[in-house]
Design a protein around this ligand. Structure first.
Ligand code: NAD
Ligand code: IPM
Ligand code: MN
Length: 361
């Protein structure tokens, strides 16, 4: 029997609803593959603010550090939107990523054949899309200093953030991306704004130098504005994309729509040594929270990424991913991926349908 300590961070909004489904799925898969999960829940985001006054209590970070992997749902909501930035739910998530040194965020966007008609783009544009966005996660404009709201000499307020990358930060995310590209189709596109930003000029320079160590990877560069356009125009030109924190945030939400819904996209946040955090690309969806409408599959697929990348249990990960394909094949759909003649299910019912499929396999 394999034994793992898993920290669960359900967070806010739809977080607890989709987390409940993922935990049920893990239990079923655990039984099947003789894996024992010891789950421990911890507070983050708005839920942590309400209970403790802080978005990431030290005890939550400790619990995460002392586990084999962390499964996170989502944080944030209207209730906490007017707090100062260091007290907001989002600060908890950023603190978690920084605290665990999770500099590499892998965001796969792969269209499932069953969902081609759920995409807002034409079938011929999205059929076969299989992209991995490698997003730098602990640097760039999210963390650069100076940052804050300051007063100018004329008494006016001035908001400041700083986009900065050191050579070593660029190099370590670059290595993750080149290695990922080697295991995929051998193509890497580095996305930046080097026509305007010095930080991007350094980025492009270091990534270009690094390419010499990966002669089997074909490297290209693209400006971020063009990349946003190309993702929607002809997404199949992309294999692996590497980019900074902010550009990666934006481009991965755009890439989500190639696959039908952001409710389908999982991610893995990895560092050099600490446990990884596995989290959907989407947020806490406050507009549908508490209504049993959320698509739980991004969360379930994040649990599969946890098994694959965090725990080395790839057979169990395959089983979950296959189960997701099968449940979609049956025609089961949540509202975000519904199309004519399909069965509309809520979050919980989708979870039950998936479990039925997994138990029958
Ligand atoms: P969002 O991703 O929460 O929602 C965007 C839209 O997508 C909404 O219409 C929502 O209903 C829909 N959606 C998202 N996930 C879905 C799912 N699983 N099933 C069905 N529909 C889904 O982004 P937002 O509205 O810009 O942000 C809401 C809050 O979430 C904010 O507080 C934001 O800071 C936070 N957020 C958190 C994370 C995270 O925890 N990793 C990520 C993004 C945003
Ligand atoms: C994401 C989210 C976060 C980010 C926010 C909530 C801090 O949008 O995980 O994509 O910008 O990284
Ligand atoms: Mn985002």
């Amino acid at each position: 029997t394999h034994n793992y300590r898993i920290t669960l961070l359900p967070g806010d909004g739809i977080g607890p609803e989709i987390m409940a489904v993922a935990v049920d799925v893990l239990k079923v898969v655990g039984k099947k593959f003789d894996i024992q999960f010891e789950f421990q829940e911890a507070l983050i985001g708005g839920a942590a603010i309400d209970a403790t006054g802080e978005p990431l209590p030290g005890s939550s970070l400790d619990t995460c550090r002392n586990s084999d992997a962390v499964l996170l749902a989502a944080i944030g909501g209207y209730k906490w939107d007017s707090l100062a930035s260091h007290l907001r739910p989002e600060a908890g998530l950023l603190g978690l990523r920084a605290g665990l040194g999770l500099f590499a965020n892998l965001r796969p966007a792969k269209i499932l054949p069953q969902l081609i008609d759920a995409s807002s783009l034409k079938r011929e544009v999205v059929e076969g899309v299989d992209i991995l966005v490698v997003r730098e996660l602990t640097g760039g404009i999210y963390f650069g200093k100076p940052k804050g709201i300051f007063e100018t000499e004329t008494g006016e307020k001035r908001g400041v953030n700083t986009m900065a990358y050191t050579e070593s930060e660029i190099e370590r995310i670059g290595r993750v991306a080149f290695e990922a590209a080697q295991k995929r189709r051998g193509k890497l596109c580095s996305v930046d704004k080097a026509n305007v930003l010095e930080v991007s000029q350094l980025w492009r320079d270091r990534i270009t130098k690094l390419a010499q160590e990966y002669p089997d990877v074909e490297l290209s560069h693209m400006y971020v504005d063009n990349a946003a356009m190309q993702l929607l125009r002809a997404p199949k030109q992309f294999d692996t994309i590497v980019t900074g924190n902010l550009f990666g945030d934006i481009l991965s939400d755009a890439a989500a729509m190639l696959t039908g819904s952001i409710g389908m996209l999982p991610s893995a946040s990895l560092g050099a040594s600490n446990p990884g955090v596995f989290e959907p690309v989407h947020g806490s969806a406050p507009d549908i929270a508490g209504q049993d409408k959320a698509n739980p599959l991004a969360q379930v697929l994040s649990a599969a990424m946890m098994l694959r990348y965090g725990l080395n249990e790839s057979t169990a990960a395959d089983h979950i991913e296959q189960g997701v394909l099968e449940v979609l094949q049956r025609g089961d759909r949540t509202g975000d991926i519904i199309s004519p003649d399909m069965n509309l299910l809520g979050c919980r019912a989708m979870g039950q349908a998936l479990i039925q499929v997994l138990e029958a396999k």
